[in-house]
Design a binder for this molecule. Structure first.
Ligand code: FES
Ligand code: FES
Length: 158
């Protein structure tokens, strides 16, 4: 049986105390232990960005972090973007720009873009492309994704 540790963390604004296996990744724990399956599992070697979540304000590949590393930290997953049942402005812009095709990469794209806009609320096209460079889209929807991020940044009405 795996050794476990008890960690205290805040996930999507909710304080949690969780027993996690010391060798389980944050991705494992989010998806398998606390049913936050919006975060996607794909390459599990840090190359695709599908598993991106925000940890203390920074976008991180949750497949590369051990869950014990979030002890004392704040984590936001895609489930934490909506507020009172309303999509975030960024989520709404993704819808308006038809940025999601198969949709598999979109949670990770949204988390990287959310972190980007928090740090740089008025990015250039190049800054958006750079900010999302670690998020691959097999459907090649990069143009629509970039447009959606720029529209959200400019507060383009829905
Ligand atoms: S699943 Fe984590 S980077 Fe691909
Ligand atoms: S929308 Fe299909 S992988 Fe990006």
């Amino acid at each position: 049986m795996n050794e476990t540790l008890t960690i205290r963390t805040t996930i999507n604004g909710r304080k949690r105390t969780i027993d996690v296996a010391v060798n389980h990744t944050l991705l494992d724990v989010l998806r398998d232990d606390i049913d936050l399956t919006g975060t996607k599992e794909c390459c599990v070697v840090g190359e695709c960005g599908a598993c991106t979540v925000i940890v203390d304000g920074r976008p991180m590949n949750s497949c590369l972090m051990l869950a014990v590393e979030i002890d004392g930290k704040e984590v936001t997953t895609v489930e934490g973007l909506e507020l009172d049942g309303e999509l975030s402005a960024l989520q709404a812009a993704f819808l308006d720009e038809s940025a999601a095709q198969c949709g598999f990469c979109i949670p990770g794209q949204l988390m990287s873009a959310t972190a980007l806009l928090a740090e740089n609320p008025d990015p250039s096209v190049e800054e958006v492309q750079e900010g999302l460079a670690g998020n691959l889209c097999r459907c090649a929807g990069y143009e629509q994704i970039t447009k959606a991020v720029l529209a959200a940044a400019k507060g383009v009405p829905r």
